[in-house]
Design a protein around this ligand. Structure first.
Ligand code: GDP
Length: 454
């Protein structure tokens, strides 16, 4: 077996901070760029994502949008909120993008953010001042004022809606990250083709640590999995755990270790979320742990959605089945399936970290879903299937498409060529996807669709 290096560098984080109305969200969306995946709105999870992966030719980074953080929503809370968000972001970021509104003079709130930055930022973390809403970037007049804020000499003017200055900003971010020794790893999964990397995510107390401990222990009956290493140095991230099962190795990335973090008490949600996002971005597969006796939460759904958007394989572990009698267990599983109907492709595995029921089924399931995520269908086969499927659905916008092909890369991405791709409805793509899943094995993996004009 080929051995791959287990060393894995962390994805750097870039945080946008600034007072309200400095264009943070617009900047966020512009830097993240349009996603090709077709993601329909999932009730209860709309747009409150706090971070997204940005993939550039020379670097990947996680962009954190502080505009979406914080619980308070009344006006009175707002200022405190912004300060709290800024603090959190400052503490966890590798680079800070400090936004000021180029259409207005600097305000007292801008000064306050600058003051927080001066005091709280770690010495080595660079700040880039982003002057937003600059349709005609001419910094000559205003630059001295910005420099007087005393936080940075790096200033970039942008107009996010018009895409002015954003390339320059990405270049500046890349340069700074490279200077901090962050490098692009072309595909975070590549190094681990034979060592699937699996993120264990879920709300606090659902049993993430218990599950990992149960997977690591080898006192159990037959061929139980064995812990190989969680030594720092073997893997760079101390939360990586390598487990061997039936001669194969799996890297589990635990997001539960957070409890010991100094900031954890107050900001548990934020850090848990950030850690999950980071773990998901660097994983091949995600084990979403839910507490079966409890109703599924918005946060669980959000993690499932994020996993889909990032194109990672997904298994839902319904933990703590030992707490429910069989009839109630079935009911709870049905309800869970219903609540996760937006990701029907993800298998649900009932299990108990305490009794070890279902535990060892995790490994074959990981094998299957990671294989499915890498599945490639020959062009001839996929076109035969397509002709057959569209014939049965002749009246649809799909019938204008004559050719389909699978693009390279993961997750499986299909490109449809048609005379008028705009006519294809989301519902038709969903129909196509359902049919594709019936004909080919894609359990556990999201599928992406791209339409192109022929
Ligand atoms: P984490 O925060 O997700 O890592 O959760 P923990 O692993 O710390 O577990 C939280 C609590 O749930 C602990 O008291 C565990 O003993 C308990 N727990 C975890 N898994 C199970 C299970 O399968 N059955 C039962 N009955 N309790 C469990």
């Amino acid at each position: 077996m080929t051995r791959y290096s287990l060393r894995m560098s962390r994805i750097p984080t870039v945080a946008i901070i600034g007072r309200p109305n400095t264009g943070k969200s617009t900047l966020f969306n512009r830097l993240v760029g349009k996603r090709r995946a077709i993601v329909s709105e999932i009730p209860g999870t709309t747009r409150d994502q706090i971070a997204q992966l940005v993939s550039l030719p020379l670097i990947d980074y996680l962009l954190i949008d502080t505009g979406g953080l914080g619980g308070g929503s009344t006006d009175i809370d707002l200022e405190d909120d912004v300060a709290a968000q800024s603090l959190l972001a400052i503490e966890s970021a590798d680079i800070i993008l400090f936004t000021v509104n180029g259409k207005e003079l600097l305000t007292a709130s801008d000064q306050e953010v600058a003051s927080i930055l001066r005091k709280k930022r770690k010495g080595h973390v660079p700040v880039i001042l982003v002057v937003t809403k600059c349709d005609n970037p001419d910094l000559a007049a205003t630059a001295p004022e910005y420099l007087q804020l005393g936080v940075t000499e790096y200033i970039v003017a942008v107009s996010a809606p018009h895409n002015i200055g954003t390339d320059e900003l990405q270049t500046t971010i890349t340069k700074h990250l490279n200077a901090l020794h962050f490098q692009k790893t072309t595909n975070y999964s590549l190094q681990t083709t034979h060592f699937p990397r699996i993120a264990i995510v879920g709300k606090p107390n659902v049993g993430k640590s218990s599950l990992l401990n149960a997977l690591m222990s080898d006192h159990e009956r037959s061929k139980a999995p064995r812990l190989i290493s969680d030594q720092p140095g073997t893997t760079r991230d101390s939360t990586d755990t390598v487990i061997r099962h039936k001669e194969k190795e799996y890297i589990f990335v635990d997001t539960a270790g957070l409890k010991s973090h100094a900031y954890m008490k107050e900001n548990i949600e934020f850090y848990a979320q950030l850690r999950s996002i980071q773990a998901i971005a660097q994983a091949d597969a995600v084990l979403l742990i839910v507490d079966l006796p409890q109703p599924i939460s918005r946060q669980d759904k959000r993690i499932a959605q994020m996993t889909m958007e990032e194109g990672k394989a997904l298994i839902v572990l319904a933990n703590k089945i030992d707490l429910l009698p069989p009839a109630q267990r079935e009911e709870a599983l049905k309800l869970l399936r219903f609540s996760l109907s937006f990701c029907l492709f993800a298998p649900i595995l009932p299990c108990s970290a305490t009794t070890r029921d279902g535990l060892l089924k995790i490994f074959p399931l990981i094998e299957i879903i990671t294989q499915n995520r890498n599945r490639f269908i020959a062009t001839k086969d996929i076109n035969n299937w397509f002709a057959d499927t569209v014939q049965r659905h002749a009246s649809s916008g799909l019938s204008s498409c004559k050719f389909i092909t699978q693009a390279e890369g993961v997750p499986p991405t299909f490109v449809l060529f048609g005379a008028d791709p705009k006519k294809i409805k989301i519902s038709e793509l969903k129909y196509l996807e359902n049919s594709l899943r019936k004909s080919f094995a894609f359990d556990g993996t999201p599928i992406r669709w791209v339409t192109k004009k022929k």
